[in-house]
Design a protein. Structure first.
Length: 298
C-alpha cells in the first residue's frame, strides 16, 4: 500500500509541468483552410513538396529546386523586396530569386530542398501577426504574400553589443500573410514566452522569433582571452516575453566549424609526419635566425 501511494505521488509529480510554458516540438498549425497543401519529406536534409494550382507560384532561393512536375515553369527573377539590392550583390550574395509557376491546366507540384542538413519549418505568417525575425539565410521558399528583407550588418549598431537589438544577429525579416518555409539545424523546439518571462539562450541557437520579444545581447568571452587560451566566443541573448522563439540544437556554422576542425587539425596518431613537419619547420627557423645573427655581427 505504501509503495502504491509513492508511485501515485511520483506519477503526479512527473505529470505536473516543470516549466511555466514548456518547451515543445514545433508542429505546424494553420487557422486558414485555403493554405496551399504541402508535404515535408525526409528526416535530416528535408524536402518540401508543394502542390500548385494553375497559375499559382512559389518564390524560392536560387539552387533550391529539387524536382517539379511537367507543368511547372521556372525562371530567374529579380524581386526588390527579397534582398537589399546592390549592397548584397557587391558582398557576393545573389540578388535573384527563382520563380516556379504552374502554367498548366491541372494541379502540379514542386520539390524544394534544404541547402544543408537542416529541417524545414513551415511558417503561416498570419498566425504570428504577419511578421517574424529569422537567422540569416533561413528563408527557403514562400507561397502567396510573403516579403523577405535582409538587413545589412551595421557596425555602429553593434558598438554597444550588450544593448544591441535582435536585428544585429537575426538579419532576415519575413512579413505578410502568406506561407513561408525556413530552415533550421538539428532538433527544433518552440518556446512560448509569457509576459515578463525570461530565457537566456545561445544566439546561434535562435532560428526565429516574433518581434514583440525584448532582445538583449550578452558578450562573455574577451578577445584577448580567446586568442591566448582558444575557444569560441560565447554570445548569449536574454529574451523577455511575450512572444514565441524557435530554438535549433545544431546551427549550421557550429556544424561547419566542427567539420573544418576535423579536416584541418591532423591527429598525431594517424599522421606521424605532422611531428616531422614541426621539427623541420623549427630547424629551418633556427637556421634563418642564426644566419641573420652571424651576418649582423660581421
Amino acid at each position: 500500500r505504501f509503495a502504491s501511494t509513492r508511485d501515485v505521488n511520483l506519477i503526479t509529480a512527473m505529470a505536473a509541468p516543470f516549466f511555466s510554458t514548456p518547451f515543445q516540438p514545433y508542429v505546424y498549425q494553420s487557422q486558414e483552410d485555403t493554405v496551399t497543401p504541402f508535404q515535408i519529406l525526409g528526416g535530416e536534409a528535408q524536402v518540401v513538396q508543394i502542390m500548385l494550382k494553375p497559375q499559382e507560384k512559389v518564390i524560392a532561393k536560387p539552387g533550391s529546386m529539387c524536382y517539379m512536375s511537367g507543368s511547372i515553369g521556372m525562371e530567374n527573377t529579380y524581386t526588390p523586396e527579397q534582398e537589399v539590392g546592390v549592397v548584397q550583390w557587391v558582398l557576393g550574395k545573389s540578388v535573384n530569386s527563382v520563380l516556379l509557376r504552374n502554367t498548366g491546366q491541372t494541379d502540379g507540384f514542386v520539390g524544394i530542398a534544404a541547402p544543408s542538413l537542416a529541417r524545414i519549418l513551415p511558417m503561416d505568417l498570419a498566425m504570428f501577426g504577419g511578421d517574424i525575425l529569422c537567422q540569416p539565410d533561413a528563408f527557403l521558399c514562400s507561397v502567396h504574400d510573403v516579403k523577405v528583407v535582409n538587413s545589412v550588418y551595421q557596425r555602429h549598431r553593434a558598438r554597444n553589443i550588450a544593448a544591441a537589438g535582435a536585428e544585429v544577429f537575426l538579419r532576415q525579416r519575413l512579413s505578410g500573410q502568406g506561407l513561408a518555409f525556413i530552415t533550421a539545424g538539428g532538433s527544433v523546439v518552440q518556446k512560448n514566452l509569457e509576459v515578463g518571462e525570461v530565457l537566456t539562450i545561445d544566439v546561434s541557437c535562435i532560428a526565429a522569433l516574433t518581434p514583440p520579444i525584448n532582445f538583449r545581447i550578452n558578450y562573455h568571452a574577451a578577445p584577448v582571452r580567446r586568442a591566448v587560451f582558444g575557444g569560441d566566443n560565447v554570445v548569449t541573448a536574454t529574451l523577455t516575453g511575450p512572444g514565441i522563439v524557435f530554438i535549433q540544437s545544431l546551427p549550421f556554422h557550429r556544424l561547419s566549424q566542427r567539420i573544418a576542425r576535423s579536416v584541418t587539425s591532423p591527429n598525431m596518431r594517424e599522421n606521424p609526419r605532422f611531428l616531422v613537419q614541426i621539427g623541420l619547420f623549427l630547424f629551418l627557423a633556427y637556421v634563418v635566425i642564426a644566419s641573420s645573427l652571424i651576418l649582423t655581427e660581421m
